[in-house]
Design a protein around this ligand. Sequence first.
Ligand SMILES: [Zn+2]
Length: 217
Amino acid sequence: MKITETVHQVEGVTGAPAIIVGLDYLSLVDTGTPGAEAQIFALVESLGRKRQDIKHILMTHSDGDHAGALAEVAAATGARVYAGQHEADVIGGKRPLRSGKMIATPAQVDVIVKDDDVLPLHGGIRVVETFGHTPGHIAFYLLSEKLLFTGDCLTNTQGLTGSLPQFTADPAQATATVHKLAALNPESLAFGHGPAIIGGADTHLRALAKATPRAPA
Ligand SMILES: [Zn+2]
């Protein structure tokens, strides 16, 4: 489903992988659940592109509904994989998931990114560390569209909320993340779960931050 001029989300896949369309390459944000490569590649072909046009895979975090198809997609495309250090360790099978288990299908991360890095892709994509949901969760801010790919640090399944408490590694960090994102003033939000908010997202986020008291230091 097309959500903006250059961004399409893969429908019917938990974790909602998204494709950013460039003139001569594509980037994929998250990969969905195991097996989701079929729907991802079908969307790519519906855009008149080839799966090998996916040159970059941006990972928000290591949960199975986001990294589930990573190994398959990376192998089929040869794309470079980007993640924060902690999540890269989990994805690589060197540290446990939030659940304490090891990842089922490890994959290699090629590029370790950190807060405020600006990737030279699609006119600039800023890395925003958004810890809490997982210890190394990051979001990606597509500067040209003022669109934030939130992963699961925000969700929109029952209205806009922060990381769902039952899936949160560190509640105080998750709360700080909501305030950090409100200060970022994104115009639009694409979630791992729930419909995207296109335009006016800053107003919604400020209201959420107001309703989300910071944890005492
Ligand atoms: Zn998720």
